[in-house]
Design a binder for this molecule. Structure first.
Ligand code: SF4
Length: 678
């Protein structure tokens, strides 16, 4: 295997100059040496300098804490404000603190352009990464607010508000082709390239990117070496990847251990501007070892379509994950093959170094990559779990993912289970949307993966649960038990009350000793009620709220002794009399003949519902819950009418409710109707 190293790989002029400056200072007499931020984006180099006594100032606030030594401005440069702050510190300490400016001359040139052009009134536009220290430094040399953009799309977004005069520069390591596209865009707006644009991309960067692109196009595979935090290394990787799908990114020779190389004829190597020479040499030497190719072949296993492997995440993008799977080529797991669940950005759920079990869809997708699927493996595994649940009738719990026509769908990991509307509940459910997103339990009652049919049944589970609850409840209650329950539903004939897992019926006639016309006026769903079990027949439980100690008939004989004068309200009327509530739950009959000494055809001729009247008790029969009363008996008998009255004397006693007065005998004088008989 041929290994070709890019001539431009590794330290650029500016980085080498900065690193050598720091190393030189560590041997001088103005110690200790500080760098303002890590001297370059390479952990190995920074560590080495730390071992030489170099300390890092993290931000501007730490400048004033330095009392002696040298502060080195790194190749990225700093803003005007930070630069001036350091100079002030130098003066304040009488020179005990010195400033060594290792800003790359190419970056310094941009600082000058930024200062001059912004002073001249031009709008500064910087192409680059706004979070990069070099860009932040350039922004800090502009005397008016600068705009940072990273793409043509971003340039389009700012186009409307731009003044006549602009000055476009770039971060030294900005992608050359992107910069060209942005310039072309501004030219299309009418800005003169000569007046408005200064190409400040460093030649070193441009040359490195151009060479990497050419090399990637010539080789079967590319290895890009650099630190994770180095933006120019990441750009190199992107450029090489576009030319050569077999592009691998490593930080050091150690990373080659789990990278994969098929039997490539030729492998190219390039490295970011902050990658030291020794790291590049180590990688190059390792790859050039005579038995390297053979070692790779021995190291990497063979794989087949459909096989399940575990991979280590080596790179995550918004919509794609690269996994090292111990094979010669890396595996690619796309967002759509990661999960059936909607995921906006894979970086939110996966990070480098994570292990993921995957199924191999295709060993070679035509570009030398292995296509993987996590969701299909999960679906296979879940399918097996669902089959077991079907065979063993075990309960499955999952979230409802969708309400569809005719039912709902629950997602068990990556498997969809359909629950028809008729099997969702043990009662009719008109609106199933309330289940959306809810976790529910069900049984699998139909399993046929070939027909893609996995049917869930929640109804059977609810029915079983209710039956068990009923049996349990029935075993612990008996007639006479007083219970607190919760009203579940109110109808015209009564209320269903939950008495601990089962429902009992509180019939309208059992709601009160008094008259209940409409149960809905007395109870509402959710009310807590105190009831007692009146009767249990099969699984029907009759409840009552008419407690014996509250029975108004209990001492009716004394309370309503004949001759007692009572007041009451007319509750209802018939042709033969009016029923008057003389006590809560006690209605007495005022027969039509007992309303007045004058002749009354029917009660409604002289009385109104709700009218309060005074009467005397004629008769009381507590066992039958009947009382008869008379208003007539309270009227004084006019003397001159005595004869006539005697001739026309009405019945002495009131008749029973369901018999006309004329047919009533003296024995039937006391008459009432039970409270619920309407
Ligand atoms: S890439 Fe260019 S501008 Fe940046 S430090 Fe290196 S030589 Fe200087």
């Amino acid at each position: 295997m041929e290994v070709r190293l890019a001539k431009t790989a590794g330290f650029c002029f500016g980085v080498e100059r900065a690193v050598n400056t720091v190393i030189g200072l560590t041997k001088g007499d103005c110690l200790p040496v500080y760098t303002f931020g890590p001297i370059i984006h390479n952990e190995a180099v920074v560590k080495d300098l730390e071992n030489r006594g170099v300390r890092i100032l993290q931000d501007e606030s730490e400048i004033d804490s330095v009392t002696e030594g040298t502060i080195v401005i790194r190749s990225h440069g700093v803003s005007r404000a930070v630069h001036d702050h350091m100079k002030r510190r130098e003066e304040e300490t009488g020179g005990r603190v010195k400033i060594a400016d290792a800003t790359c001359p190419f970056v310094k040139k941009i600082h000058k352009i930024a200062e001059q052009e912004s002073k001249a009134g031009k709008q500064m536009i910087i192409c680059g990464d706004a979070a990069h220290p070099e860009v932040q430094g350039i922004v800090g040399w502009c005397v008016s607010p600068a705009i940072v953009i990273g793409s043509v799309e971003e340039a389009e977004r700012i186009a409307d508000g731009l003044p006549k005069e602009i000055c476009v520069v770039s971060q030294t390591t900005f992608h050359f082709n992107k910069f060209k596209s942005i310039i072309a865009f501004f030219a299309s707006l009418g800005y003169d390239r000569n007046d408005s644009v200064v190409n400040t991309i460093c030649n070193a960067t441009e040359e490195r990117q151009t060479e990497a692109k050419r090399l990637a196009g010539e080789c079967d595979a590319m290895v890009v070496i650099g630190s994770e935090s180095s933006s120019n290394t990441r750009k190199l990787y992107e450029i090489c990847r576009q030319e050569c799908p077999n592009t691998f990114y490593v930080q050091s020779v150690d990373d080659l251990g789990y990278r994969a190389f098929p039997s490539f004829r030729c492998v190219g190597i390039t490295a970011g501007a902050s990658t030291p020479k020794n790291i590049i040499e180590e990688v190059q030497n390792r790859m050039a070892e005579e038995n390297f190719e053979q070692m790779l072949d021995e190291t990497f296993k063979t794989i087949h379509n459909g096989e399940v492997v575990e991979g280590t995440v080596i790179r995550v993008k918004e919509d794609e994950i690269a996994l090292s799977i111990g094979y010669k080529a890396d595996g690619i797991l796309s967002k759509s093959e990661y999960s059936s669940q909607p995921i906006a950005d894979l970086r939110e759920v996966v990070k480098e170094g994570d292990k993921i079990a995957v199924k191999i869809l295709k060993v070679n997708d035509g570009e030398g990559q292995v296509l993987l699927s996590r969701k299909r493996l999960a679906a296979d595994r879940t399918s097996q779990i669902l089959q077991d649940a079907f065979e063993n009738k075990t309960v499955v719990t999952a979230k409802v993912s969708e309400v569809v026509k005719g039912g709902i769908t629950a997602l068990v990991d990556e498997c969809r289970v359909f629950i028809p509307a008729s099997l969702v509940s043990d009662t009719f459910e008109k609106d199933l949307t309330k289940y959306q997103g809810q976790e529910i339990s069900f049984l699998i009652t139909d399993y046929d993966p070939k027909k893609r049919s996995i049917i869930g049944n929640r109804r059977v589970l609810l029915t079983e649960q209710k039956k068990a609850a009923m049996e349990e409840a029935l075993s612990r209650i008996q007639p006479g038990d007083v219970i607190e329950g919760v009203v579940k539903n109110v109808t015209d004939f009564g209320a269903f009350v939950d008495i601990g897992g089962i429902d009992g019926l509180l019939h309208i006639s059992e709601m009160s000793w008094g008259r209940v016309g409409n149960p809905k006026k007395h109870y509402k769903t959710g009310d807590t009620v105190r009831v007692y079990v009146k009767d249990i027949k099969n699984d029907k439980i009759a409840l009552s709220a008419k407690f014996a100690d509250e029975n108004p008939w209990a001492n009716a004989e004394e309370r309503f002794a004949p001759g007692t004068i009572v007041t009451g309200k007319v509750a209802r009327m018939t042709d033969f009399g009016a029923f008057v509530e003389i006590y809560p739950g006690v209605d007495a009959l005022l027969h039509v003949s007992q309303i007045s000494r004058k002749r009354v055809e029917k009660p409604s001729d002289v009385l109104k519902i709700g009218q309060e009247i005074e009467a005397t008790i004629l008769d009381v029969r507590p066992d039958d819950q009947k009382i008869s009363i008379s208003m007539r008996a309270l009227e004084a008998e006019p003397e001159e009418e005595t004869v006539a009255t005697t001739e026309e004397a009405p019945a002495e006693a009131a008749p029973v409710e369901d018999a006309p007065a004329e047919e009533v005998t003296n024995e039937e004088t006391a008459t009432t109707a039970p409270a619920d008989a309407e």
